[in-house]
Design a protein around this ligand. Structure first.
Ligand SMILES: [Zn+2]
Length: 103
């Protein structure tokens, strides 16, 4: 879904979440973050990481929940940083989730 279709409060919440994750891990932790609402086939329940583009996507529902607002981008950033290394760590092909319970 287009970011412009979010309410101001939702966009502010998303920006806050992204900023906090970048401050905690580093600017490389997240690049583009997309928001989706329809059910897509995704490996993570509240968001997913796209290894080809490096993009992260989050379900619109996380914008209503302060815990998930940070936890989901942080979780997906961990996939991204593990996969890409981001110049600080060695990239790893083993960036997938260990189990569904971890989600
Ligand atoms: Zn995951």
């Amino acid at each position: 879904m287009a970011l412009r279709s979010l309410t101001t409060a939702q966009r502010t919440a998303l920006d806050d979440g992204i900023q906090l994750v970048r401050q905690a891990i580093g600017a490389f932790a997240l690049d583009r973050v997309r928001v989706y609402s329809a059910s897509e086939q995704v490996p993570c329940s509240h968001g997913f990481y796209s290894p080809l583009s490096g993009d992260v996507a989050a379900h619109a529902d996380i914008l209503l929940n302060r815990f998930r607002l940070l936890g989901t981008p942080l979780h997906e950033a961990a996939h991204r940083v593990t996969h890409r290394g981001s110049g600080r760590w060695l990239p790893s092909r083993d960036y997938a989730d260990r189990c569904r319970g971890f989600e």
